[in-house]
Write a protein that binds this ligand. Sequence first.
Ligand code: C2E
Ligand code: MG
Ligand code: MG
Ligand code: MG
Length: 280
Amino acid sequence: RAKSHGGSQFQFYEYGMEAELVRRVELERDLRKAIDKGELVLHYQPQINLKTGKLMGAEALVRWNHPERGFMSPEEFIPLAEESGLIIPLGEWVLNQSCQQIKLWINKGLDLDFVAVNLSGHQMKQAYLLELIKNYLDSHQLDAKHIQLEMTESVMATESESCLNLLNDLKEMGISVAIDDFGTGYSSSLSYLTKFPVDTLKIDHSFITNLPDDKDSATVTSGIIALAHKLGMQVIAEGVESEVQRDFLLQEQCDWIQGYLTSRPPRLKSLKPGSILIIQ
Ligand code: C2E
Ligand code: MG
Ligand code: MG
Ligand code: MG
């Protein structure tokens, strides 16, 4: 660490930390205004049925077209949004926008089951989340089955009473739920899988990347697929980039795939702020 080094390095390290702090404060300030200024964009990535090739759903992935920094990945600003509480208005914008978009697609006759929306743990703690979703569905005259919510494994694995209540309420409403990034979180405790009403497991892309040659990845992937099916859930593989990966997943009876193989995100620079991307 820098502190244990000589004086000049310490200074340098401190300067770096200060610059990082300034960057974060500025970004937070900008993010606060980004929603109202229409700088956020959703990119929808298709989810495809492996056996039939049919489109099932599309995951809404948020991007930020920053006035000076250009397009930013959610990996950069979602953590900031979570720490600052801005994830709440941001998440509301994503939900509303997703409802509006799928309504448009349905009206145009596109055969699409749902839009999958990523939900942060902070949003799940909001007492009015259910009411909010109901309002968006009502205002867009949308059936609940057209929305799927993705929650990460680390949030689910806390096995909290409030999480169970929320999931039960969502199920009653007819909203499906997927566990995102499955296999990377708290896999030492899988008991929540049998307690919580969940529709879909999403196998994290880190297991898909090295398929089919890496034996460990192959074993974990096959295991997750079998586990999900035994528990009556569907499985989506995330980050599928190649045909050999797809072939392996098909052979292992995986239900759906999502990834660059079927849809590469457009180059970020070519997007216009506020624009909505239509699935090709
Ligand atoms: P995620 O929900 O697991 O989303 C999948 C990520 O994998 C996306 O990154 C997607 O662009 C990327 N991806 C898709 N296909 C491939 C592929 O074939 N290869 C590789 N290497 N990557 C692929 P993205 O869009 O950068 O999003 C990163 C994460 O940010 C998401 O992970 C999600 O956790 C979070 N996020 C995105 N949008 C939202 C949002 O609206 N709300 C919240 N709370 N989080 C969001
Ligand atoms: Mg996701
Ligand atoms: Mg994921
Ligand atoms: Mg992820």
